[in-house]
Design a protein around this ligand. Structure first.
Ligand SMILES: [Zn+2]
Length: 447
């Protein structure tokens, strides 16, 4: 097994991530977070929120609706351009994203360019392709009382999309926030939430899924200050990824995205690439979106998006720096960094060396033996005390102590606390460290 398979297997075995709708045979491109996964995911999202919103004076939070007026997506350009190149094999009718099955071509590949790569169908091995067609990745639905046999006009009038990004929920609230909070420039609006993309071929575990969680900031700046603010945002992203999430700096690579590959709205984009177990993949993006979005909203809505400088009185549409990160991508980067196998006296030990602030549990408490009532009672006392103080504490009295340690190592619990017979006489416990396996005696009152 390669490392990604090991991680997928651990995620399922220990209750971090299960395949979506597993019981009915699954649902491609969806994943369910189990009890430990949801805690780790929440810890990541909370850490991001604290770092980028709560600890700063220039950030405001937003939580916009997932269903938005479809004019949003006309203004943003998604209706026209949020599409992947779809190609169909005429032999077996399989459909693929052209730029993912052929080397050296981009998302804007033409039929001629694709045919020139002489790619064989990954399913049947033949080379007989239809033309490249643009496939819009937005999920559509109908809002209100619409029946399947209603006429096309009524159907299309009531169409709505599951938002393909959280960003537009921020841009459409820019004016609301300016009119209610009168923030000074530069200021940022941050949002976390679900976004949906109908990927042609979801793959690579949670890296390319159809439903994901995003964490995005739109940082509004005076137009002539964008470069300076871009640099500041860039440094902040590295701080967050390494100091808060525990990623290693040498595994993060900045990729300056060339003009032809940039999203339609961006004048400069840096993709932060990460060394995932199966190769380099995008972890997050930092984009300079100019005034593209606010100017489009002004045009589509007929409302002014201008900002008036409080000192000079000058009015202009702010420009925007956007750091955008997918929670699942970050989740996998954190797991890949933490996942460690060690060989101890010929026996394999699997450890998740998660940073303490992210671990689902901070402590595991157990009695040395579960059939000694006096040990169990004392251990419960210690458990209650720690649970009150640290919240994220688990109890384990299954199997023998060695098995418990191995389980806690696998789910990343930094400290295991064991109550034994000495505890009854001197009120000390054994505290065992996940990374070093070293054990020390600590007074219960010092925990
Ligand atoms: Zn085929």
């Amino acid at each position: 097994m390669n490392k990604l398979e090991d991680i997928v297997s651990l995620c399922k075995r220990r209750g971090f991530i299960f395949p979506g709708s597993d019981i009915y045979g699954g649902m491609a491109g969806t994943w369910d977070f189990g009890p430990l996964g949801v805690t780790l995911k929440k810890n990541l999202m909370d850490a991001w929120w604290k770092f980028f919103v709560e600890d700063r004076n220039d950030m405001y939070g937003i939580d916009a609706a997932i269903l938005m007026n479809p004019r949003t997506w006309v203004a943003s350009g998604h209706t026209a351009t949020f599409a992947d190149p779809l190609v169909e094999c005429k032999e077996c009718k399989s459909r693929f994203r052209a730029d993912k099955i052929a080397d050296g071509i981009s998302e804007s590949v033409t039929t001629e360019e694709f045919l020139a790569t002489h790619t064989k169908c990954p399913v049947c091995g033949k080379e007989n392709w239809g033309p490249i067609r643009k496939f819009n990745m937005m999920f559509s639905t109908h809002v209100g009382a619409v029946l399947p046999d209603d006429d096309q006009e009524l159907m299309s009038k009531n169409i709505a999309y599951l938002r393909p990004e959280t960003a537009q929920g921020i841009f459409t609230n820019y004016k609301n926030v300016v009119d209610t909070f009168y923030p000074n420039l530069p200021f940022g609006l941050a949002q976390q939430g679900k976004a949906f993309r109908n990927e042609i071929s979801p793959r690579d575990f949670i890296l390319r899924d159809r439903e994901c969680s995003q964490m995005e900031i739109e940082y509004f700046v005076a137009p002539d200050t964008w470069e300076d603010n871009f640099e500041k945002m860039r440094t902040l992203q590295h701080d967050f990824l390494t100091n808060i999430c525990g990623l290693h700096a040498e595994n993060i690579h900045e990729l300056e995205v060339p003009a032809e590959d940039r999203a339609h709205y961006s004048k400069r984009t840096i993709d932060f690439m990460f060394d995932y177990p199966n190769g380099k993949e995008e972890l997050m993006g930092l984009a300079y979106r100019t005034d593209f979005d606010l100017a489009n909203i002004a045009r589509e809505s007929g409302k002014s998006m201008e900002y008036r400088d409080k000192i000079t009185g000058e009015t202009f549409i702010p420009h925007v720096i956007e750091p955008s990160i997918g929670v699942e991508r970050l989740f996998l980067a954190v797991l890949a960094t933490a996942y460690t196998e060690e060989d101890i006296d010929g026996e394999k030990r699997t450890i998740l060396k998660l940073p303490e602030n992210l671990s689902p549990y901070k402590f595991c408490v157990s009695p040395l033996l579960k059939n000694k009532p006096e040990l169990v009672e004392k251990a419960h006392e210690v458990y209650d005390k720690l649970k009150n103080k640290y919240t994220f504490v688990t109890w384990d009295d299954s199997g023998n102590i060695g098995k418990r340690y191995r389980k806690q190592d696998e789910i990343g619990t930094p400290k295991c606390v064991v109550v034994d017979f000495d505890t009854l006489s001197d009120d000390t416990v054994t505290v065992r460290d996940r990374d070093t396996t070293k054990q020390i005696r600590v007074k219960i009152s010092d925990l």
